[in-house]
Write a protein that binds this ligand. Structure first.
Ligand code: UTP
Length: 242
């Protein structure tokens, strides 16, 4: 199993600092956020981590160069998350961890790998419950009673949302996803959307929701970043008992 961390996005929600510092490299304590995500992937037992970067993200390469478990793929044009994942194409199942999404308070990727094993190798999408009135900010899952995903709806209005389960930054996908991405037509915003390819995967492959016990922190905007710092500090204090 491989891990893919897309980190080639433009970071427009976090300008102006992202003109020179990729949001994925902002510090959480003494480490860049991206390193915490790389560490999470490694704990899950992957044999290679592929970080997807743009030409503008030289800092990411410099920071991780020399790590024998890490390779880089370049996304020349920012054509969406699905397109970014495709640039890292591997001939293996893969964990996809969004480079601007920290999951604190649990070991989401390891838990998803364990869940997939229990399910006989099914794909697993990490998710969390969100307030009903906020469903229009997320990808929302429709699931069968056993947790199998039957549909995914991008940013539905609360009255149209099939549940309050939101896709939350972590995916464990079979290698079949790459041929689906390669033939995926552009969707919302003219971008190649990972969600669209996963929707096509649902027909051929079992895909289950896994509600991880931690919280996803979106560090892609200043408010989310501050919230992540606070949550990280709180957890540190609890673990150290200070
Ligand atoms: P976002 O949806 O936050 O997009 O990407 P973005 O472009 O980085 O941010 P804004 O909207 O301009 O502020 C989620 C993750 O997917 C990566 C990003 O780097 C981020 O880690 N991504 C997104 C890519 O690698 N390539 C893309 O084309 C889009």
């Amino acid at each position: 199993m491989k891990a893919i961390i897309p980190a080639a996005g433009l970071g427009t929600r976090f300008l102006p600092v992202t003109k020179v510092v990729p949001k994925e490299m902002l510090p959480i304590g003494a480490k860049p956020a991206l390193e915490l995500i790389v560490d999470e992937a490694k704990r899950a037992g992957v044999d290679e981590v592929v970080i997807v970067v743009s030409r503008a993200k030289e800092l990411v390469r410099r920071y991780f160069e020399g790590d024998p478990q890490i390779r880089f793929a370049v996304q020349e044009e920012q054509r969406g998350l699905g397109h970014a994942v495709l640039q890292a194409r591997v001939d293996d199942d893969c964990l996809v961890l969004l480079g601007d999404a920290l999951v604190l308070g649990c070991d989401a990727s390891s838990e998803m790998v364990a869940r997939s094993r229990e399910l006989g190798g099914a794909a697993v999408i990490g998710c969390e419950r969100v307030p009903r009135e906020k469903t229009s900010r997320y990808g929302i899952l429709a699931t069968a009673p056993d947790g199998r995903i039957v549909d995914m709806v991008e940013k539905p209005a609360p009255e149209e949302a099939p549940s309050d389960l939101a896709v939350a930054g972590r995916y464990l996908l079979p290698k079949a996803i790459f041929s689906l991405l390669a033939s995926q037509a552009p969707g919302k915003g003219g971008e190649i959307q990972l969600t669209d390819a996963i929707r096509r995967l649902l027909a051929a492959h079992p895909v289950y929701a896994y509600e991880y016990p931690g919280r996803r922190q979106d560090i892609g905007n200043p408010d989310g970043y501050f919230a992540a710092l606070e949550a990280f500090r709180r957890l540190e204090r609890t673990t150290k008992g200070t």
